[in-house]
Design a protein around this ligand. Structure first.
Ligand code: MSP
Length: 659
């Protein structure tokens, strides 16, 4: 692949996936780790010239969702629709640059999972039998008696249910020798410690065929040839990695041809079992190539335990992002978690890292240098003669890209960041060593120019290499050098930019009062937002309103995508009694039927409406209109007293996304 300075003819692909999330509705900092980790890799690979496909999404089926929707009194689909926007908002807030967001309720995915199931059945790798054993609903996992710990789920420690039902089974045992070989004879799974875990605890303990359908609930992908069964949620979920590329078991797909096999599946350790045993076996059964690498990272702990909603020890990423910005959070997550091990979150550690590493070490280096550039040379510098004092820092700056690349190729962002900050530390020491203030006094302009040039070149290399980890900060640093983020990995050596015209910049990270912040976070966590905060928020809202008014009411792309627009087919239509303007429509959106009340009676008769395909706003809060609950809004275009429906130009299925 692209090495520094080499030209490529065609871009190589890099397909990276993070897990698709359960729409739990309470996103915590632990959730953010996998996706931010993935994002740093995706951005780094893009910088190296790869054609990156970064997939994430939501895992929306299963008994857990069905039960939660039932207690909320809504259909499971409505329940998950309400939660998906939030996770997209979270990824937007953290600047996650995913290529595609898949939902397991997407029609194309559902159809493809049905085909996959049928294909495996036709091949004899799925067969019908009876399941009798233990099932953990929160983890959606089947366990054998010997795998239980004190009779409870070995993953989450909760009670398991004795389950007995007719079920389809996947012949996992048939693939056990091949999977064992994959794990023990290749570097498919990292870190190494996870391999031992998988081989000792699962494969060598006897890999049994796995139940892959359920009959005791209905919220899932129906087995097409046996309607009482739904596909086991993990078969449904794992398949997303290929269905997102257009795999449907029937026809060719350009993205599948281009991007499969995945270069990296990234996840936390408790779901490595599914990705390193069941998933490769499924792919073997489907005669598809295997992913190149599975990396199972550790957990973010809080109070000594895995941060998780069920344990009630969660830290809200929206609050932290609002107070300290996306980059501070990204930096903390990427820097504080050693490869493969758990890392303990404390607010104190987060605030201390912001103050000492981001504000002091990095922020001061950049601010001081840019200030001196401006003060002594009006920002204009040029490469000069090197002296002995420059050798060590130049050597380190020159070696940095190679070192960071080696760490990122091994998927170790923490170590890569450490290397970047080693150069930051060295640059700060270089200021002490070369004493620019003394050079000013001595009137040694030539040496002063060279010292500041060396610092500025180091800062450029630091700024570029920080882009994958803390993109906003990298961009701010480059902006102070009047540079834009490069599209390639070229120029990452000392002397690549010969002259500068830099500008001073504000502090990259404001210094925090740790004690005060800890108090505030404590208050926020216990829900006691003080008045000042809400006043400030109101002020900010007002400010944003004014800005957005000045901005001609622009919305961001993320805001736009919170509106779910889908094609709906009108199945039935009638007038609403005692309401001249209203029609009541029954529409079909994918598999779902909805009632919608629309003010179009003056323009369309009920008969004209039946059979039409319209565009429906699906995630509008349901409202009561003349005693009818309207579940969405139909889009129309209007001009004066003319009105016409917005419809798809050519035939397309109901449920198709309008995007
Ligand atoms: N839906 C499954 C994944 C299916 S992939 C085919 C799932 N979802 S999840 O929402 O529970 O988790 C999403 C990701 O967040 C997983 O990688 C999970 O392991 C990770 N984490 C959840 N809590 C975590 C921590 N406290 N720390 C680090 N990662 C954590 O699993």
């Amino acid at each position: 692949m692209a090495t520094n300075g080499k030209k490529k003819t065609e871009k190589e692909k890099f397909y990276l996936t993070t897990p698709i999330y359960y729409p739990s509705g309470k996103w915590h900092l632990g959730h953010c780790y996998t996706t931010v980790y993935g994002d740093a890799i995706a951005r780094f690979k893009r910088m190296e010239g790869y054609d990156v496909f970064y997939l994430t999404g939501t895992d929306e089926h299963g008994q857990k969702i069905e039960k939660r929707a039932e207690s909320a009194g809504v259909s499971p689909k409505k329940f998950v629709d309400g939660l998906v926007g939030e996770i997209k908002e979270l990824w937007g807030a953290l600047n996650v640059s995913y290529t595609k967001f898949i939902r397991t309720t997407d029609d194309y995915h559902v159809k493809a999972v049905q085909n996959i199931f049928k294909k495996l059945y036709d091949k004899g790798d799925i067969y019908k039998s009876k399941y009798k054993g233990k099932y953990c609903t929160p983890c959606e996992a089947f366990w054998t008696e010997s795998q239980l710990v004190d009779g409870k789920c070995p993953d989450c420690g909760r009670e398991v249910q004795e389950t007995e039902e007719e079920s389809y089974f996947f012949k996992l045992s048939k693939y056990a020798p091949q999977v064992r070989k994959l794990l023990t004879e290749t570097d498919f799974l990292q870190p190494e410690s996870r391999v031992n875990e998988m081989v000792n605890n699962f494969i060598d303990a006897g890999l049994e065929d796995v139940a892959v359908s359920r009959t005791s609930f209905t919220w899932g992908v129906p087995v097409e040839f046996d309607k009482g069964h739904i596909v086991y949620v993990w078969i449904d979920a794992l398949s997303n990695y290929i269905t997102a590329l257009g795999y449907n078991g029937e026809s060719e797909s350009a993205d599948m041809n281009r991007f499969w096999p995945a270069d990296l599946h990234l996840m936390a350790k408790e779901i490595v079992r599914f990705h390193s045993i069941i998933w490769p076996a499924m792919l073997m059964a489907l005669d598809l190539p295997l992913p190149k690498k599975v990396v199972g990272h550790g957990w973010l702990l809080f109070g000594g335990d895995k941060m998780s909603k069920s344990k009630g020890n969660v830290v809200d990423p929206f609050i932290l992002k609002e107070r300290y910005g996306a980059d501070a959070l990204r930096y903390y997550l990427l820097r504080a978690m050693p490869f493969g091990s758990d890392g303990a979150y404390t607010s104190e550690a987060l605030l201390t890292r912001i103050n000492s590493e981001l504000c002091n070490d990095l922020g001061n280096l950049v601010r001081r240098t840019m200030k001196m550039n401006e003060q002594y040379f009006a920002g204009k510098l040029s490469k000069g003669a090197e002296s002995a004092d420059d050798a060590a820092i130049i050597a380190k700056a020159n070696a940095l890209y190679g070192a960071v690349k080696a760490d990122m190729d091994a998927y170790r962002p923490q170590q890569a960041l450490e290397k970047i900050f080693d150069l930051v530390g060295m640059a700060n020491k270089y200021i002490d060593l070369t004493k620019p203030w003394a050079l000013v006094k001595e009137n040694n302009t030539e040496r002063l120019n060279q010292v500041l040039y060396v610092l500025t070149e180091s800062i450029r290399i630091i700024g570029v290499l920080l882009l994958p980890f803390v993109p906003e900060t990298g961009e701010k640093i480059l902006a102070s050098l009047k540079l834009t983020p490069p599209k390639t990995n070229e120029g990452l050596s000392y002397g690549a930019v010969k002259t500068y015209n830099t500008v001073a910049l504000d502090a990259l990270f404001p210094r925090l009062n740790v004690e005060k912040e800890l108090e505030e976070l404590e208050k926020l966590a216990s829900g006691k937002k003080d008045e000042k905060e809400s006043v400030k928020k109101e002020e900010k809202k007002e400010e944003n309103k004014q800005v957005s008014e000045q901005d001609n009411n622009y919305i961001t792309i993320d805001e736009f995508f919170r509106t779910q627009l889908k094609v709906a087919e009108v199945l039935a239509c009638e007038k609403v009694e005692k309401a001249d303007k209203l029609l009541k429509l029954t529409v079909k959106v994918g598999e779902e039927e909805r009632t919608v009340v629309s003010g179009i009676a003056k323009y369309y008769t009920p008969e004209e409406m039946v059979g039409k395909r319209v565009v429906l706003v699906c995630n509008l809060k349901p409202r009561n209109m003349r005693g009818i609950i309207s579940e969405g809004m139909i889009l129309c275009a209007s001009e004066g007293d003319k009105l016409t429906l917005v419809t798809p130009e050519t035939a397309i299925g109901s449920g198709a996304e309008v995007c």
